[in-house]
Design a protein. Structure first.
Length: 211
């Protein structure tokens, strides 16, 4: 997240001094970190079918989650604002609950298939109902799954946008539409109890708390 005096937190700056990377970091901030999306970034986001979302609660307990949908499911409303729909899930509400306490969010888009590059988008988030969003932005895409409607939308007001280098991003192969399960409520296709948590096969570590 951006600090009070430009890109980079106080911790970043401290570690740069300790590691001797101040000059290299300053060059990256100057050449790669933007306060809003440029045209190439907007086009990139419009092609993506997945992203990772990081949030934290008021105490800083972090959570990272995954969101996916058809290309364009993350809509760019302006160079400084992106939004995506939230649907009924497991009822935990980890991400949006964190946003209520702490609006700072980090998004990571990674294209594993075509461009093999990543884009970081950091900013602060607000929540809105589907009705509110469609009144303000009637051009928002409709849902591709019959009968499914967003419960709410997350709006991220961009503060930083910058590249994630391609160095260690693997190139993957897309499967066909028939091999996917967009919007399914089939427990098996959603993963079921893959890790054995509900069945008791997995042994919990004493004292750990699931955030």
């Amino acid at each position: 997240m951006a600090g009070d005096f430009g890109p980079g937190s106080a911790g970043e700056r401290l570690m740069q001094e300790r590691a001797g990377t101040v000059e290299r970091a300053e060059r990256f901030y100057r050449q790669q970190v933007l306060p809003a999306l440029n045209d190439r970034m907007i086009a990139f986001v419009g092609r993506q079918e997945m992203m990772f979302v990081s949030t934290a609660d008021a105490l800083g307990h972090a959570d990272c989650t995954f969101r996916a949908g058809p290309a364009g499911f993350v809509a760019v409303l302006s160079p400084g604002r992106v939004t995506w729909p939230e649907y009924r899930g497991n009822g935990v509400m980890a991400s949006v609950g964190n946003i209520l306490e702490n609006p700072n969010v980090g998004l990571l888009f990674v294209d594993f298939f075509q461009d093999v590059i990543g884009l970081h988008v950091n900013g602060h988030a607000t929540l809105a109902t589907d009705a509110q969003m469609r009144r303000e932005f009637p051009h928002l895409p409709g849902d591709t799954v019959p009968g499914r409607r967003p419960e709410r939308w997350v709006n991220v007001h961009v503060e930083e946008a910058y590249i994630h280098c391609a160095k260690h991003i693997p190139r993957l192969r897309k499967v066909t539409a028939e091999e996917r399960a967009w919007g399914t409520d089939d427990l098996r296709r959603k993963g079921g109890d893959f890790f054995g948590a509900a069945s008791g096969e997995a042994t919990a570590v004493a004292g750990t708390v699931r955030r």
